[in-house]
Design a protein around this ligand. Structure first.
Ligand code: ADP
Length: 397
């Protein structure tokens, strides 16, 4: 099962995208609908609200008077958290009930208007954000829902800003064109990413990655941050720290398009205990032998964002070394240039330059081994330098 979070500002086109995903077979779970259902007349939810806020929040027909309730909590953080304290657990329970009915191979799309505002992104395998410029949204809301411009603008202003949404988005769907444009983007996303992602999660296999050395891409840092947030959420208190390491973490360096991530945990027992939860969250155990001593290797199941995740016990010399070499390379422009040269030189062998579908052929394996060996030798040579740099600068992990 794959769990996708779908959000976007009001009028951006969430419902349009959600219904296209449903046409492909996604199971939709609509947070707004659930939030209304759990406080319908006669529900324990509504009874709890009346017990807390009095029957001044009821309409004449006994249903929740939403505008009155909204007014009550609008400028009152305590009241709002009391209300959320009643509604959120009920929404959580109902969502869990719906999830329990989903097929093993379901692609579940959670339509959650306040996903970004409530920092929920890390709890999904993937976050999909639909956006359109504010003026376009205001116009569409006026046409489709008769919403006055002032109301539309006030709602837009109360929601997250584009910058916050972009930071949370694994996939950004621009819906400023015609509905056909966004629908065909959804079609491609479904076939090329969601379907294989779901299969990889269910079959517990990491997505393959290309073997080509590519120029540094600034989006790697942002992508790593999002993936690390997921990993930290899964690891909880067992995590000591989670970091982006390797060449994709160092600006300027060419790299293969796979993010190297490193999670350090408190004990060897934590390494084993976390494996099932990491697997469910989309980071199954990898078959490959770990190039790092003492690390257990996981891989990301998302074909749109290949990830290699090593899990080590805190205090492991290998974990420290990965952080040291990263920071030293970040600080030393000459070292960076030299490492980039070594990488380019040794990547230029058969197998590395070919973008393979992941199943390494014999030539690729030979190429990979040589490439890995060249990098290892260079790192062995420079470790003393990096250690001196650490001593001089007072570097600690
Ligand atoms: P949301 O669910 O994000 O609030 P909707 O999907 O309901 O937004 O879209 C708001 C309105 O704009 C709807 O009436 C919808 O039909 C319309 N709409 C959505 N996408 C487009 C588009 N690309 N071009 C024109 N109208 C659109």
């Amino acid at each position: 099962m794959l769990r996708v979070g779908l959000t976007g500002g009001i009028g951006a086109g969430k419902s349009t995208v959600a219904s296209r995903l449903a046409e492909h077979g996604a199971l939709l779970i609509d947070a707004d609908t659930i939030a209304r259902d759990v406080v319908e007349p006669g529900t324990p939810g509504l009874a709890a609200i009346v017990a807390e806020f009095g029957d001044g929040v009821l309409a004449e027909d006994g249903s929740l008077d939403r505008p009155a309730m909204a007014e009550r909590v609008f400028n009152d953080d305590t009241a709002r958290s009391r209300l959320n304290g009643i509604v959120h657990p009920l929404v959580g329970e109902r969502t869990a009930e719906l999830l329990a009915t989903a097929a093993d191979d379901a692609i579940v799309v959670h339509d959650v208007p306040l996903l970004v505002e409530n920092n929920l992104a890390p709890s999904y395998h993937l976050v999909l954000i639909v956006d359109a410029p504010a003026d376009v949204r205001v116009r569409r809301l006026a046409e489709s829902r008769d919403m006055p411009e002032r109301d539309a603008r006030a709602r837009i202003a109360a929601q997250a800003e584009e910058r916050q949404r972009r930071a949370a988005a694994d996939v950004w769907l621009d819906n400023s064109g015609t509905p056909d444009v966004v629908r065909s983007e959804v079609d491609a996303l479904w076939t090329e990413r969601l379907v294989p992602f779901e299969a990889n999660v269910r079959l517990r296999r990491p997505a393959p990655w290309g073997r080509t050395l590519v120029e540094h891409d600034p989006v790697w840092q942002e992508q790593a941050r999002r993936v690390l947030d997921r990993i930290r959420l899964v690891a909880g208190e067992r995590a000591v720290r989670a970091d982006h390491v390797g060449a994709t973490a160092v600006v300027d360096l060419p790299a293969r398009d796979v993010l190297d991530l490193q999670l350090t945990v408190r004990s060897a027992q934590d390494v084993d205990a976390l494996a099932p939860a990491l697997t469910d969250a989309g980071f199954p155990l990898a078959d490959a032998v770990s190039p790092v001593p003492d690390a257990v290797l996981h891989g990301g199941a998302d074909p749109g964002r290949p990830v290699s995740l090593r899990v080590l016990v805190d205090g492991s010399p290998a974990a420290r070394r990965a952080l040291l070499l990263r920071d030293w390379l970040r600080a030393d422009v000459d070292a960076r240039a030299e490492y980039a040269r070594i990488k380019r030189e040794h990547a230029d062998v058969p197998g590395i330059a070919d973008t393979a579908t992941g199943a390494a052929s014999a030539a690729e394996t030979v190429g990979d081994v040589r490439y890995a060996e060249a990098k290892r030798m260079w790192f062995d040579d420079v470790t003393a330098k990096a250690d001196r740099w650490a001593a001089e600068t007072g570097w600690t992990p």
